[in-house]
Design a binder for this molecule. Structure first.
Ligand code: NAD
Length: 481
């Protein structure tokens, strides 16, 4: 059975403790590889390699750093099919999604920051005849990057690319549930000629490897994407150490549908925003609010479409709903469906685990599930489920739906469907979300700020903000004589 290795100081190495964690294929329920069960000793080795590499990398000309990152992007493209298959096997996502979203986006992340760093400028502020100020942006040091399992390579590279472009060296930890493409990336970095120690990837559990990165006294910057509870724990450790923190956390996003929307376009996109990646995207719209005159028509059409969406083998080109990432997560989703029933909800379709045949007989699949009849402030409508489960709630006024939409502890993304431009602006302004899509979903321009309000996070990724996050701004004030 394949054993993955850590990528430390430019080479692939076994964990010092010699222990491994089983890595499952969610579509079959079988262990298909093993990953290092690393500990703080491996993190220390990775840190030391990153610290040794920092002086040279941070002083390497931007153009040279850029060229190296472009080379990594080219290698991702050159291995597009291999990486797509690996991502689909590791995560359970349909191969079609990995091919069209995850892997192209990983290459795009590297290209975006490889070119972005060439365009980052700094400010000068003149105090007329008195003085001139200018700002130096200097790489912050060794950066810690910790990422989740839902969009494995896509979110891993979303952190690593700006950190490396900014001149930081990196100790990174992918999710132990989906380690494969991060491992394959380490092979591509070696092939690209990335200098040793610039990027180090340590595999293992969050409470061991992630915690050691977070608590490391000489790692001044932590970029984390994952659950809100984990993020809160990281903040508790990082705050007294005065680390710079970027936290991209959970969501419970509203999808607000007004009766004047373009119905067909909305319906098609709402299927995607509800069930893409089995609903395991932090930006999915899991609470669907429908203006009352449209409620019955929407409900009928949406449930009809949801019933047609069948879970299938993720490796099949035609599959649009794959496997749930882990057995434990599958149980969590099913427990929320049971809770929804307890809370008085009516399951309009789905609600059950799916039993496939053949190779996927032991896999973890759940039907697309649509629930109505719940009050806006019940647990089902307040807590993140992160699966193919959505609730439907009618509303009569803008004021009412804004109250529902803003009622959760989260504030990551919001979706608005209307052809009334004034209303779109008005509602967008009052929605407590860091990212708002009007008449679309998941349309991404990498220059825009990405992140959440309230308990969905702290700080923003994307654009120059991500580069500046990995840098320290230093003002130099020169008095004019
Ligand atoms: P998670 O919080 O369980 O794990 C995320 C990462 O943190 C993993 O690599 C994990 O090993 C590590 N980790 C766990 N405990 C840790 C600790 N004590 N110290 C340091 N690191 C630790 O999240 P998950 O289940 O992998 O991902 C799903 C969650 O991520 C959902 O809540 C989802 O909304 C969120 N998410 C948010 C965004 C966003 O951009 N806001 C994007 C994707 C996913």
């Amino acid at each position: 059975m394949e054993r993955l290795r850590n990528y430390i100081d430019g080479v692939l190495v076994a964990p010092l403790g010699g222990a491994y964690i089983d890595n499952y294929n969610p579509a079959t329920g079988n262990v298909y590889s093993q990953i290092p069960d690393s500990d703080e000793r491996d993190v220390e080795l990775a840190y030391e390699a990153a610290a040794r590499a920092f002086p040279a990398w941070s002083r390497t000309a931007k153009e040279e750093r850029s060229a190296l990152l472009m080379r990594i992007a080219d290698l991702i493209d050159a291995h597009h099919e291999m990486l797509s298959r690996a991502e689909s096997t590791d995560n359970g996502k349909p191969i079609q999604l990995a091919r069209t979203v995850d892997i192209p986006r990983a290459a795009a992340n590297f290209r975006f920051y490889a070119t972005g760093i060439l365009h980052l400028s700094s400010e000068a502020n003149s105090m007329e005849e008195t003085a001139i100020n200018y700002t130096l942006n200097e790489p912050a040091g060794v950066a810690g990057c910790i990422s989740p399992w839902n969009l494995p390579l896509y979110l891993f590279t979303w952190k690593i690319a700006p950190a490396l472009a900014a001149g930081c060296t990196v100790v990174a930890k992918p999710s132990e549930i989906t380690p494969m493409t991060a491992f394959l990336l380490s092979e591509l970095c070696i092939a690209a000629g990335l200098p040793k120690g610039v990027l180090n990837i340590v595999h293992g559990y969050g409470h061991r490897v992630g915690a050691a990165i977070t608590a490391h006294p000489s790692i001044p910057v932590i970029s984390f994407t994952g659950g809100t509870k984990t993020g809160a724990g990281i903040a508790r450790i990082a705050a007294p150490l005065f680390k710079k923190l970027s936290l991209e956390l959970g969501g419970k996003n509203p999808n607000i549908i007004f009766a004047d929307c373009d119905f067909e376009q909305m319906l098609k996109m709402t299927m995607h925003s509800s069930f893409s990646n089995q609903g395991e995207i932090c930006l999915c719209g899991s609470r669907i609010f429908i203006e009352r005159p449209l409620y019955e028509k929407f409900k009928q059409a949406f449930v009809e479409k949801a019933k047609q969406l069948k879970a299938g083998d993720p490796a099949d080109d035609k599959t649009r709903l794959g496997a749930i990432v882990s057995k434990q997560h599958k149980e969590k989703i099913l427990s929320y469906i049971a809770l929804a029933k307890d809370e008085g909800g009516t399951v309009l379709c789905g609600g059950n685990q799916v039993q496939l045949n053949g190779e996927c007989a032991g896999g973890w699949f759940i039907e697309p599930t649509v629930i109505e009849g719940l009050v806006f402030d019940c647990r089902t409508n307040q807590e993140e489920i992160f699966g193919p489960v959505v609730t439907l709630t009618p509303f009569d006024t803008e004021e009412e739906v804004l109250g529902y939409a803003n009622s959760t502890q989260y504030g990551l993304a919001g979706i608005i469907w209307t052809t009334n431009l004034n209303r779109a602006h008005r509602v967008a302004q009052r929605l407590q979300s860091g990212i708002i899509w009007v008449n679309c979903w998941l349309l991404r321009d990498l220059r825009t700020p990405f992140g959440g309000m309230k308990q969905s996070g702290m700080g923003r990724e994307g654009g120059f903000e991500a580069l500046r996050f990995f840098m320290e701004a230093k003002n130099v004030c020169i008095k004019l004589s």
